[in-house]
Design a binder for this molecule. Structure first.
Ligand code: DOR
Ligand code: ZN
Length: 345
């Protein structure tokens, strides 16, 4: 049987939530990943260093016994973030600040209303060698939802990079050919995370034959040509700038299957296996290790993980749902199969 051994991967974009949800979802990631960059969009957001340290401790406390998983903490950028907070974040081991344009997605009400007012903070983020993680969508009501990422590049990202050229930016969960091109053409201080859903699915998977609320995420799935551009970027000449970031974002089943369903796909259960499908279909399994285990670590200035994982080309069934506290959680590929299986330790 075909097997593939990789340096243990990291998930450079993960939502773990808190409380019962955290306890339910964390073991899935801890089984696969050495580390994960933890998103700060709790309610209220993780915007102060003390909040991040307390959240980190709750994550460590929720880990299965013996786990060596390490959470990498981030802070939520708000209109009120100060340069002092940036310095304190660096001193406390926080790895990054996350930009949510106000109103862009789940729990983004405290997000930034005018990034250009925060240029001194961005300069301090660069000076402190922290990473700047961007949810790259504008939120203007008159911009079509399928164009919001491309417009963000022109109106926000390019002007910000012109002002702070040494800022180390992760363009998070990219979904378009325009974003892939921006990253390829920028300096090595600009990289991108790519989710399994944006590499495997297009907007037909969201809308054809009925609305599929479990395929609703933000940025929203795009047309097939964009999906192909992302696969080409993650496997092409500039592949060193692209890395694994699942954006696994659990919501209870009742909040997804709802007249106003929440955005987010829960992919952590089979994350590395889903990416293996993508790279196999592209004839690029030899590039999976760089994407999953090396490019992200290098961009964050971290050593590679010291152990390995082994994938077996053997289909696994994905359950229709799993418990999350008193609710149910519907994973990506629920009720279906994933072509690869991570070998148990
Ligand atoms: O689909 C998404 N869900 N996109 C995001 O940016 C946030 C995330 C969440 O927190 O649920
Ligand atoms: Zn996210």
């Amino acid at each position: 049987m075909q097997t593939l051994t990789l340096i243990r991967p990291d998930d450079m974009h993960l939502h773990l939530r808190d409380g019962d949800a955290l306890k339910a979802v964390l073991p899935y990631t801890a089984r696969q990943m050495g580390r994960a960059v933890i998103m700060p969009n709790l309610k209220p957001p993780v915007a102060q260093v003390e909040d991040a340290l307390a959240y980190k401790q709750r994550i460590l406390d929720a880990l299965p016994p013996g786990s060596r998983f390490q959470p990498l903490m981030t802070l939520y950028l708000t209109d009120n973030t100060t340069v002092e907070t940036v310095r304190a974040a660096k001193a406390a081991g926080v790895v990054a600040f996350k930009l949510y344009p106000a109103g862009a997605t789940t729990n983004s009400d405290s997000g930034v209303t005018d990034l250009f007012k925060l240029l001194p903070v961005l300069r301090e983020i660069a000076a402190q060698d922290l990473r700047f993680l961007v949810h790259g969508e504008v939120t203007d009501a008159d911009i079509d939802i399928f164009d919001r990422e491309a417009v963000f590049i022109e109106r926000i990202l390019k002007p910000v990079l012109a002002e702070v050229p040494d800022l180390k930016v992760v363009f998070e969960h990219i979904t378009t050919a325009e974003a892939a091109r921006l990253v390829c053409e920028a300096g090595d201080n600009v990289a991108a995370s790519v989710t399994p859903q944006h590499l495997l699915l297009n907007r037909n998977d969201l809308l054809v034959g009925g609305v599929r609320p479990h395929h609703y995420c933000l940025p929203v799935l795009k047309r097939e040509t964009h999906r192909q551009a992302l696969v080409a970027a993650a496997t092409g000449d500039k592949a060193h700038k692209f890395f694994l970031g699942t954006d696994s974002a659990p919501h209870p089943q009742h909040a997804k299957e709802n007249a106003c369903g929440c955005a987010g796909m829960f992919s952590a259960m089979t994350a590395i296996e889903l990416y293996a499908e993508v790279f196999e279909a592209a004839g690029a399994l030899d590039k999976l290790q760089a994407f999953a285990s090396q490019n992200g670590a290098r961009f964050y200035g971290l050593p590679e993980n010291s152990d390995t994982v082994t994938l077996v080309k053997q289909a696994q069934s994905v359950p229709a749902s799993v418990p999350m506290g008193e609710a149910q959680l519907v994973p990506m590929r629920a009720g279906g199969e994933v072509a690869w299986t991570l070998q148990q330790d």
